[in-house]
Design a protein around this ligand. Structure first.
Ligand code: NAD
Length: 291
C-alpha cells in the first residue's frame, strides 16, 4: 500500500513505543522517515527494522527539549530525502505524582520535553512546511488533559499541547500547513511507568480500560493525518482508544449562560439555584456521560 508515497516525515521519540509504531507503518506506506529518539541505539534499531522491511529511514538521535535541535531534525529530513511533508511531535515523558509529591525537578523536565520540545519542533516544522508549500504537523495530547489522578503535571503539559494546536491551526489556515493532535492509548513503557499510581488511578478514574491496546493500533490515525486525504482536517484532537475513534471536544462555554449585572449576592444565588447542579464531571468523559 502506498498511501504515503513521496512523503518524508520526522517522528520524534520514535525509538520505541508509539513513535516506533508510527514510523514503521508510515514507512510501510511509502514515506521516508527521520527517526528521532534521545536514545541513539533505539533510533538506529527502528531504522534497521524499517530498512529490513524495504523502507527508507535515517536516525537523527537527540534531545527535543533543546530548542535549536528542532532545526536539525527538519534539515536532516530535507537534506536526506529532498523534502519534508510531515512532522510527528511524539516524544514525551511522564513523571506521575500525587499533588503532595510533585517535585520541581520532575515538573520542569516534563514541561521541557513535552511542552517546550513540542513547541520548538512545531515551530520549525510549520516554518519549513510553509516554505515547501504545505504539509501536516501532528502533535500528541492525552486523555489525561481532562484530568486524571497522579497526572496533574503531565496533564497540564498535554492540555497545553491541545491549546497550542487550536491556536496554531487557526494561524496556519490558508497556508497549506495543517496542525492536529492525537490522543492515543497504548500499552508502552510509559503506560506502565508506575504500577502503584496506576493502581490508585484504576480505583478513581472515570474511564476504565480492561487492557490497553498495542501501540500499532494507534498508527493508522497518524498515517491518515500525514496523507493528503486529511487535507481538510485542521485544529482537531483525535482520540484513538482501541476500537474507539473519536474527536475530542474543544473547551466550550457551557450552557446555560446566565445574564445579569453580577453582584456577589446574585452570583451566590446563581450557584444555589442553577450552577451547582451543572458542575462538570471530572476526568475524561464519554459522550453518554453528557446526556
Ligand atoms: N501510551 C499511552 O497510552 C499514551 C497516552 C496518551 C499520550 N501518550 C503520549 O504518546 C507519546 C509516546 O508515548 P509512549 O507511550 O510511546 O512512551 P514511551 O516512553 O514508550 O516512548 C517515548 C519515546 O520518546 C523518547 N524520548 C523521551 N524523551 C525524549 C526527548 N527529550 N527527545 C527525544 N526522544 C525522547 C523515549 O526514549 C522513548 O523512545 C508521548 O508524548 C506520550 O505522552 C501516550
Amino acid at each position: 500500500m502506498s498511501f504515503l508515497e513521496g512523503k518524508a516525515v520526522v517522528i520524534t521519540g520514535a525509538g520505541g513505543g508509539l513513535g516506533a509504531a508510527y514510523a514503521k507503518l508510515a514507512a510501510s506506506f511509502g514515506a521516508a522517515i527521520v527517526v528521532n529518539d534521545v536514545d541513539p541505539d533505539a533510533a538506529q534499531a527502528v531504522v534497521g527494522a524499517i530498512e529490513a522491511d524495504g523502507g527508507r529511514a535515517i536516525a537523527q538521535p537527540g534531545d527535543i527539549s533543546q530548542w535549536d535541535f528542532a532545526e536539525t531534525l527538519v534539515d536532516a529530513c530535507v537534506d536526506t530525502f529532498g523534502t519534508m511533508t510531515g512532522f510527528v511531535n511524539n516524544a514525551g515523558i511522564l513523571r506521575p505524582a500525587l499533588i503532595e509529591d510533585v517535585t520541581e525537578r520532575d515538573l520542569r523536565r516534563m514541561i521541557e520535553v513535552n511542552l517546550i520540545g513540542t513547541v520548538a519542533c512545531a515551530q520549525a516544522a510549520a516554518r519549513r512546511l510553509k516554505a515547501l508549500g504545505g504539509g501536516s504537523v501532528v502533535n500528541v495530547a492525552s486523555g489525561s488533559q481532562a484530568g486524571d489522578i497522579a497526572l496533574g503535571g503531565y496533564a497540564a503539559t498535554k492540555g497545553a499541547i491541545a491549546s497550542l494546536t487550536y491556536s496554531w491551526a487557526m494561524e496556519l489556515r490558508g497556508t497549506g500547513v495543517r496542525m492536529n493532535a492525537l490522543s492515543p492509548l497504548a500499552e508502552t513503557a510509559m503506560a506502565g511507568v508506575n504500577a502503584h499510581l496506576m493502581a490508585i488511578q484504576s480505583q478513581n478514574r472515570e474511564v476504565h480500560y480492561a487492557a490497553l491496546p498495542p501501540a500499532e493500533a494507534n498508527a493508522p490515525v497518524v498515517a491518515y493525518l500525514l496523507c493528503d486525504d486529511a487535507a481538510g482536517i485542521n485544529g482537531q484532537v483525535i482520540r484513538i482508544a482501541g476500537r474507539q475513534l473519536s474527536l475530542v471536544t474543544h473547551p466550550t462555554i457551557a450552557s446555560p449562560v446566565l445574564e445579569d449585572d453580577w453582584t456577589f449576592e446574585k452570583v451566590a444565588d446563581a450557584f444555589a439555584t442553577t450552577l451547582s447542579a451543572k458542575q462538570h464531571k471530572l476526568g475524561l468523559a464519554m459522550p453518554e456521560d453528557g446526556k
